[in-house]
Design a binder for this molecule. Structure first.
Ligand SMILES: Nc1ncnc2c1ncn2[C@@H]1O[C@H](COP(=O)(O)OP(=O)(O)OP(=O)(O)O)[C@@H](O)[C@H]1O
Ligand SMILES: [Mg+2]
Length: 390
């Protein structure tokens, strides 16, 4: 546990000294500044000194005979220093004071006379909550790959994108939710477990059990495989939601191959995703289907997330990229070249495109991965700097 810095505000000198000793003896916190008077305004020098200390916690002692100046100070400090946690120290025999302290923004009400244990517990609660919110900030990003029409190349895109993201950033999972999972075949893996096993064990699923259901590919990509035979009873969307919540809590990137599965689960997984990649060909039937699928996914609010991937791209005289976008009603994100020999050999042999010497199509997937993750590092750096303690 990191050491917390604490400012103590107490008008009574004896109480100030007691609190200082108690804080320092918790061994998880250290008093960095003490104040003998309550700040009354933002411009008050007392307020400025507290701000300069920039502590994790501000302990405000509430005198039993006159609570108002302390309560006002809590309200003021909470407003002026929203990143610090305000702890009120007071008597439990004054319930109205407790209520008022909480209303003014106190995060904890520590009983008087105070013990080291009381303070230690309050500090641990604070650190746990901070860690939790840090986890929320650093949750993984998710890309869902959906076909406009069967056989458009959803699995090829999901597998090669996942491999490229893993190669560039690590910590990537590929999750196969297609009705019949083909990802393992593309990667030449023989999974022992599948999505179904993870869902059957949801009640006890933690990070290590989740990893044990995954199959590791040579470069580090982790596959949660799809079924290798059609399954009669599908898990509920609530179960899928719980599984994906765990996945994005555990991996930095999660790529989902929904392929031609267009149902409530794909809609859910599109909702959870940061970007939905709609894979289509440059022909009328494919683009017509893309428009229908995008409409279906949009009904639950995924519209802006859906982006078009034109696979097996070829230029058609008199038909521009903006015509394709207009026909599909989806903005074009990327074009993948038509290289049947390279792709079909990769699938047949289970040797990914990225491992076949520097083909144009391998570069295209690396480019797509770079495009989808280009802003992530900045976002992460910013999130990191928000936290003083780790
Ligand atoms: N960029 C490409 N260039 C040439 N051929 C490709 C390309 N992408 C995919 N293919 C070919 O298209 C076929 C279908 O690919 P894939 O299995 O990825 O499709 P899918 O959309 O996932 O299919 P399904 O709807 O059954 O899930 C494969 O045989 C593959 O060789
Ligand atoms: Mg597929």
């Amino acid at each position: 546990m990191p050491e917390l810095s604490v400012v103590i505000v107490a008008s009574d000198s004896e109480q100030r000294a007691v609190l200082q000793v108690l804080v320092d003896s918790t061994s998880v916190a250290r008093s960095v500044h003490t104040c003998a008077s309550f700040p009354v305004a933002a411009t008050d020098p007392v307020t400025r000194r507290i701000q300069t200390a920039n502590a994790d916690v501000i302990l405000v002692d509430i005198p039993a005979d006159n609570a108002s100046p302390a309560l006002h100070a809590i309200e003021l400090l909470q407003r002026e220093m929203p990143d610090s946690a305000l702890f009120a120290v007071g008597s439990l025999s004054q319930p109205q004071v407790i209520v008022n302290a909480m209303r003014c923004g106190a995060r904890e009400f520590v009983e008087k006379p105070t013990t080291t244990t009381d303070l230690l517990e309050a500090f641990v609660r604070l650190t746990t909550a901070q860690r939790k919110s840090r986890r929320e900030e650093s949750r993984g990003r998710m890309f869902t790959v959906v076909n406009a029409k069967g056989g458009s190349g959803g699995t090829t895109v999901a597998v090669n994108l996942a491999l490229a993201v893993q190669a560039a950033h690590g910590s990537t999972a590929l999750v196969d939710i297609a009705p019949l999972g083909h990802c393992a075949l593309h990667l030449n893996l023989k999974p022992l477990f599948s999505v179904g096993d993870a869902i059957r064990n949801l009640h006890r699923l933690d990070s290590s059990l989740l990893e044990s259901f995954m199959t590791r590919h040579g470069g580090g990509l982790q596959l949660l495989a799809g079924p290798n035979t059609p399954v009669p009873a599908e898990p509920s969307t609530a179960e899928f939601a719980k599984l994906f919540d765990l996945l994005i809590g555990h991996f930095r990137y999660v790529v989902v191959d929904a392929s031609s599965r267009i149902d409530a689960t794909t809609r859910l997984v599109s909702n959870l995703a940061n970007v939905v990649l709609m894979v289509a060909h440059t022909d009328v039937a494919s683009l017509w289907s893309a428009a229908r699928v995008q409409q279906y996914l949009s009904e639950s609010g995924s519209r802006e997330k859906v982006q078009l991937i034109l696979n097996r791209f070829r230029k058609i005289p008199g038909f521009s990229e903006s015509d394709a976008e207009a026909a599909a009603g989806v903005k074009l994100l990327w074009k993948i070249p038509n290289q049947y020999f390279a792709v079909s050999t990769a699938i047949d042999r289970g040797v990914p495109l990225s491992q076949q010497n520097n083909t144009e199509i391998a570069r295209s997937f690396a480019g797509l991965a770079a495009r989808l993750t280009e802003n992530d590092l900045d976002v992460k750096r910013k999130a990191w700097s928000l936290f003083k303690t780790v």
